[in-house]
Design a protein around this ligand. Structure first.
Ligand code: SF4
Ligand code: SF4
Length: 363
């Protein structure tokens, strides 16, 4: 296992993190808890959960594992979250998480799921940020962080406000241009970076042919390609992978152990392919952030990618839960086609809107 410093916290975290959102049998609390022990024995020391994950069983599974994990005498770090804007509600969730996780202090606590800059303003106004910082002063939280789906430039703005010691963000070999700026900003300001969705929510491994270009060496499979590309970026502290069972853990650990640094040429090769092999897919580069009626075009076109390969979940859910929007926003479109003029992939964006409308109608 490879360990990296999480920002300036002095914590050495495993580059492969345990994401507690995909347990195969979450109602089997003890059986699932064994997976955390197994992971700790394999060198994983960063464990991420949240209220509500896996039918709200995930924090209980973590709590059941913690007592046994302490007995192993190896350092490990717990991360959980609150998505509430109201400070009082954050405090209640935090106290509940402490009880469920069976600890007096949570190592990393995320102001969770910051979707837009308006949302971020609401977290500050509602008292969520103050509540998290107060809990840190009281010793209930060690390191405050935030988790977000904002684009890179907005992540930079939140980082520069300097409330948090780290950021958790969605990032993968197939969407890296969208949040690269956020990772750069985190490093410039000494913050930790935890990457969620390193496998694009399973898309990369479920569609080996579409994403074949991420394998730069013959011995690699798509999982290796996805993880090794991220590991090659030293600014990333942890890649959070959602494990269903012990076998998923073993496979991911073996992949991390097989990592050898990429050459500059190999990285360039992947970057080039993002432009060329993705010729019918949106890369979330955000050049289309120029809509005169403020439609977040990239959110819709990226969601429409799911029509071209086997994606996890429904498109309506992706728009709602990942992007915080819905199809009715497209009613504002005047069909001026300014977005199509600047699209780096030359995508027929208005056609994609229509395809999205009918796909959502059918779901
Ligand atoms: S075509 Fe529609 S979505 Fe594209 S820039 Fe014009 S109004 Fe915005
Ligand atoms: S629609 Fe085109 S310009 Fe917009 S984010 Fe996707 S690839 Fe980039």
């Amino acid at each position: 296992m490879i360990y990296r410093e999480y920002g300036k916290t002095g914590k050495n975290v495993s580059v492969l993190g345990f994401g507690g959102m995909r347990f195969a049998n979450p109602s089997d609390i003890d059986g699932s808890a064994e997976m955390l022990l197994h992971a700790l024995n394999q060198g994983i020391n960063y464990f991420d959960t949240a209220p509500g994950y896996c039918g709200d069983h995930s924090e209980d599974i973590f709590g059941a594992a913690v007592t046994e994990m302490k007995k192993l005498g190896k350092p490990f770090y717990l991360s959980t979250k609150s998505n509430k804007a109201d400070g009082g509600e954050v405090r209640r969730e935090l106290e509940n998480s402490l009880k469920r996780l069976n600890v007096d202090c949570i190592d990393f606590y995320n102001c969770w799921y910051v979707l837009t800059m308006e949302d971020w303003a609401g977290r500050k106004k509602g008292g969520a940020v103050t509540a998290i910082l107060k809990a840190q002063e009281e010793g209930l939280i060690k390191h405050p962080a935030f988790s977000t789906h904002l684009p890179g430039e907005d992540i930079r703005k939140v980082i520069e406000e300097d409330y948090f010691e780290g950021v958790t963000l969605g990032y993968s070999v197939i969407n890296f241009p969208y949040r690269e700026e956020g990772i750069k900003a985190a490093t410039e300001h000494g913050k930790g970076v935890v990457v969620m969705n390193p496998l694009g929510g399973g898309t990369i491994t479920q569609n080996p042919d579409t994403f074949d270009f991420i394998r730069v060496r013959p011995e690699q499979n798509n999982l290796d390609g996805a993880l090794h590309f991220l590991m090659n970026n030293k600014d990333i502290s942890v890649m959070l992978t959602g494990f269903r069972n012990k076998s998923d853990i073993d496979t991911a650990v073996a992949s991390v152990d097989a990592y050898r640094p990429y050459t500059k040429e190999e990285v360039e090769e992947i970057r080039k392919h993002i432009d060329s092999d993705f010729n019918n897919l949106c890369t979330t580069c955000m050049y289309c952030n120029n809509c005169p009626v403020d439609i977040p075009v990239w959110k819709f076109v990226e969601s429409a990618n799911g029509l071209y390969y086997d994606a996890d979940g429904s498109i309506a859910d992706r728009l709602k839960y990942h992007w915080g929007t819905d199809i009715s926003v497209l009613d504002l479109c005047t069909e001026c086609r300014l977005c199509e003029d600047v699209c780096t992939q030359h995508l027929p964006i208005l056609e994609r809107f229509e395809e999205l409308r009918s796909a959502i109608g059918d779901q």
